[in-house]
Design a binder for this molecule. Structure first.
Ligand code: PLP
Length: 448
């Protein structure tokens, strides 16, 4: 029957692999020696050759509740048979309204409105557009400049790569990048290597915003966007006091502050949002990933009352924001998100990263002294291990660690450059942590 045929297709190595142009991948290298996953449950993936792989990456920083959780599976299965799609342009269905109310209840107090998207990239572009339109609605249409930060990652839309600070994601796509500027990044191995939790040094780097205000004038600047904890650049933590200072400077100059919480949202550092963990309140928060536990694409932008209300002043038959996606508030995504929020709440998963934080930090710190390990960085259930690069071959050493972990040790980690990044599902327990770090210590030690 169809079922058998489908299962065979989904669980064995495909006959041909040429047509799929893989995202952010070395296509030819991968296709020569593929790493294929065919199943998932809880803390584990199943590989195409039948091995159980411990997932230390939460898929791609998104499966915060672990894989194939029954409540979420049921909700999505029921939803597709009940209402598969409904438009949300001048039409509606109940779920995105219900979901938005649930979401604002766990968000910082003044963020009471939610715009739905399908990804982190779309959430970022949406937030940037709202920032520009907000100033215009208030008669400050001259505020058009957007400020990002070096090493920042805000997805791959033209807005996101413009404020982003990863050279490879920008340099090939140059001419459309609009008027942007960038703060300096805060990574400082000389002063902060092997810090446990937040680095002590670097709050003064927030003053870089004052430099950009002097250069461009505050009246030209719409918003600053930063990741409270940067992930894709190889995990960069905010120095103690840095985000507070950034908030103060934004307030002083009427600049909006956007936190990109695509990876920090939904419990990664021990609270629903990093804003809460750090006690710094942004004007908007962009999210995706953990919102649906990764199982159906969805993103959400949380917007303050002040911003939202500025749009609601014209005639009430007027469309207030000319922006949206066919799939904004898609029924399957809403069903997945509602069941995901239930799972997080029932299992106390937003608190889990705090419960495990010191055990995790001890394990991270114990890597100090291994060959080639030049830094470890950790917060909540995030870990980064930076390796010295092989001369003339940046990234090669970490890539070898990654492939050895996968093929020989049944462990999935992620590497960017020579940084190993860990972001396990929040359901992990101490035995999983022990296994992850035992394996890493031994693979790092044997990888010259
Ligand atoms: N913003 C941040 C901080 C991210 O980490 C990511 C993805 O890793 C994105 C945006 C982009 O999300 P997506 O890949 O869903 O477009």
């Amino acid at each position: 029957g169809y079922g058998d045929h489908y299962t065979r297709q989904a669980t064995s190595r495909p006959e041909a692999m040429d047509a799929f142009w893989m995202p952010f991948s070395a296509n030819r290298q991968f296709k020569a020696e593929p790493r294929l996953l065919t199943g998932a449950s809880g803390m584990f993936y199943r590989s195409v050759d039948g091995r159980e792989i411990l997932d230390a990456t939460g898929g791609l920083w998104c499966c915060n509740a672990g894989h194939a959780r029954p409540r979420i599976v049921d909700a999505v299965q029921q939803q597709i048979a009940t209402l598969d799609f409904a438009p949300t342009f001048q039409m509606g269905h109940p779920l995105p309204f219900t979901l938005a109310e649930r979401l604002v209840a766990i968000a910082p107090d003044h963020l009471n409105h939610v715009f739905f998207t399908n990804s982190g990239s779309e959430s970022v572009d949406t937030a940037l557009k709202i920032a520009l339109a907000y100033h215009r609605a208030r008669g400050e249409g001259h505020r058009t400049r957007l400020i990002g930060r070096e090493k920042g990652y805000h997805g791959v839309g033209f807005g996101g790569i413009s404020v982003g600070g990863l050279p490879n994601n920008r340099k090939f796509f140059g001419s459309l990048l609009p008027g942007v500027d960038h703060l300096r990044h805060t990574l400082d191995l000389e002063r902060n290597a092997f810090s446990r939790g937040l680095p002590q040094h670097g709050a003064e780097l927030a003053e870089d915003l004052e430099r950009l205000v002097l250069l461009h004038d505050a009246s030209t600047i719409a918003a600053v966007i930063v990741e409270p904890v940067a992930g894709s650049a190889g995990v960069v933590l905010p120095p103690v006091g840095y985000l507070q200072r950034l908030r103060e400077i934004c307030d002083k100059h009427g600049i909006l502050l956007i936190f990109d919480e695509v990876i920090t949202g939904f419990g990664r550092i021990g609270k629903a949002f990093a804003a809460e963990r750090f006690g710094v309140m942004p004007d908007m928060i962009t999210t995706a990933k953990g919102l649906t536990n990764g199982c159906v694409p969805m993103g959400a932008v949380f917007v303050s009352d002040g911003i939202h209300d500025a749009f609601m002043r014209g005639p009430d038959n007027m469309i207030e924001l000319f922006h949206g996606y066919t799939y904004s508030g898609h029924p399957l995504a809403c069903a997945a998100a509602l069941a995901t929020l239930d799972t997080y709440a029932e299992e106390g998963l937003f608190e889990r990263a705090i419960e495990l934080e010191s055990y995790w930090a001890d394990a991270m710190q114990a890597l100090q002294g291994l060959p080639n390990v030049i830094d470890t960085r950790n917060l909540g259930l995030i870990g980064a291990i930076e390796l010295a690069s092989r001369p003339g071959a940046p990234g090669a050493r970490a890539y070898d660690v990654f492939t050895r972990c996968f093929h020989r040790e049944d462990l999935l980690i992620r590497v960017t450059g020579d940084v190993i990044a860990l972001s396990p599902p929040l359901i992990l327990d101490r035995e999983h942590i022990d296994r992850i770090f035992r394996t890493l210590a031994h693979v790092i030690a044997e990888t010259a």
